[in-house]
Design a binder for this molecule. Structure first.
Ligand SMILES: Cc1ncc(COP(=O)(O)O)c(C=O)c1O
Length: 472
């Protein structure tokens, strides 16, 4: 395609397809039903030498690509944590792609830098985050956590590892046994090493035990190791357990340890005043991450990362070759200095569209509704004679399983529930994933897609019941 009239024609056609897709999304199997290699083998071995007509490309998109897509925006998507989107967010992405701006420096698009700064201030207020936090956008929570661990490492070593590299390694990172794998990954990349991740025991509701954290820190100090960073999670991936921030923050303060708070999913729930108990103690944290791209209606990728001390962050990441020097340096935010990549997408635009379109109340209504649906359904599931809810439904995730007197061992119960889950997902009618809780296989049902109603969630549970009966 090389002329603007053709672009206009196909863009209109695509928007019609997009609207029809979203309108009819429930007619697609939620989880893609293709087998490994199906898509790969349907594609030609070599790239085309001559350009092809867009009609042909678009037709192949519909026929070859769509069957291999899992429909994350379906209201019957209950798997993982959501990566929800919304109509204003999609429109924002269209404009971002059209502008194609690379927003590494203020000068390379001042509006991108300043809109980002403003959106981060809005969100700080929307979630009642501590006033002294300063935020910016990153791609993922994994990257933000890596930034936190790198900054903690540099603070601990007075910026010497950046300068000279490692001489010896006794740096220790603490998190609960339930923490997301991105923490371990970050320690590998940061040169701290996965052996220096100390997994702290949890209580019966899978929250980090502060006393066990103190014991681990004191043992490390005695052995000459250097406690460097604690990662507390608000909303663990397996079960949305909420680590007790206040006592953890007090411990970090006492031993002068960096406190990073991973609120990837649950951060969005802070928009509801009734869930702000979760952030008690947050003002003591050094860094905080949550993903608007999970539950706040904004297309992947969009991650909000806040720090208490901007200077330490910048000292960790800034680097200034001649070609990046500008006249405004020091007067404006050059976000390339705030994280790992140099190049940056204009992520704030879609976020701005979302916040303005829904308003704070609009977002609150959606989030509150998801939590209410999950909590009501959790009570219903728990009341069923053959179902068991395995952890408290604190937010929008229900962890449950089917049990029956015919199932005699923990192994048979696990195998049975795994089989039921496979059948649910193969039906294409709903998509859920699983976790293991103290060895018990749990089906995870997350109510988080923007258009999911109580009926969708109940149907999903009924589907589990249906396949459980079939498997008996
Ligand atoms: C608690 C927690 N932290 C971090 C992540 C990683 O998120 P991202 O995909 O943005 O790196 C997840 C993903 O589900 C998560 O649940």
């Amino acid at each position: 395609m090389n002329n603007i009239d053709e672009f206009r024609q196909y863009a209109h056609e695509l928007v019609d397809w997009m609207a029809n897709y979203l309108e009819n999304i429930e007619s697609y199997p939620v989880k893609s039903q293709v087998q490994p290699g199906d898509i790969y083998s349907s594609l030609p071995d070599n790239a085309p030498v001559q350009g092809e007509p867009f009609d042909q490309i678009f037709s192949d998109f519909k026929q070859l690509i769509i069957p291999g897509i899992t429909h994350w925006q379906s209201p019957n998507f209950f798997a993982y944590f959501p990566a929800n989107s919304s109509l204003p967010s999609v429109l924002g992405e269209m404009l971002t792609a059209t502008l194609g701006a690379q927003c590494m420096l203020w000068e390379t698009s001042p509006a991108a830098a300043e809109l980002e700064e403003k959106c981060m201030e809005w969100i700080k207020e929307m979630l009642a985050l501590p006033a002294h936090f300063i935020g910016h956008l990153q791609d993922t929570a994994s990257t933000a956590t890596l930034c936190a661990i790198l900054t903690a490492r540099e603070k601990q070593t007075d910026f010497k590892i950046n300068q000279r590299g490692f001489k010896s390694n006794h740096y220790r990172v603490y998190c609960s046994t339930q923490t997301h794998s991105s923490i371990e990954k970050a320690t590998k990349i940061a040169g701290i090493g996965r052996e220096n991740v100390v997994q702290i025991e949890v209580d019966e509701d899978l929250r980090l035990k502060p006393e066990a954290l103190i014991d681990a820190i004191e043992k490390d100090i005695e052995e000459g190791k250097q406690p460097t960073c604690v990662v507390a999670t608000l909303g663990t991936t397996g079960t949305t357990a909420i680590d007790p921030l206040r006592p953890i923050a007090n411990i970090c303060k006492k031993y002068t340890i960096w406190l990073h708070v991973d609120a990837a999913l649950a951060g969005t729930a802070l928009i509801l005043p009734e869930f702000r108990w979760m952030n008690d103690g947050l003002e003591e944290a050094d860094s905080f991450v949550f993903n608007p791209h999970k539950w706040m209606l904004t297309n992947f990728d969009c991650t909000a990362y806040y720090v208490k001390d901007k200077d330490t962050l910048l000292r960790t990441f800034s680097i200034l070759p001649e070609y990046l020097k500008t006249q405004q340096q020091g007067l404006v935010n050059d976000y390339r200095d705030w994280g790992i990549p140099l190049g940056r997408r204009f992520r704030a635009l879609k976020l701005w569209f979302v916040i303005r379109s829904f308003g704070i109340e609009g977002i609150q209504n959606i989030i509150r509704n998801h939590i209410t649906i999950a909590q009501k359904l959790s009570v219903e599931i728990a009341a069923h004679p053959n179902f068991e809810v395995l952890t408290p439904t604190v937010l929008n995730l229900i962890c449950f399983r089917y049990i029956h007197k015919k199932m005699l061992t923990p192994k048979t119960i696990n195998a049975f529930n795994q089989k039921v889950l496979e059948k649910v997902n193969a039906s294409g009618k709903a998509y859920m994933t699983h976790t293991k809780i103290n060895g018990r296989f749990a089906i995870r049902l997350v109510v988080g897609q923007a258009n999911t109603t109580e009926q969708h969630a109940r149907n999903a549970w009924k589907l589990v019941e249906h396949f459980a009966m079939e498997c008996l």
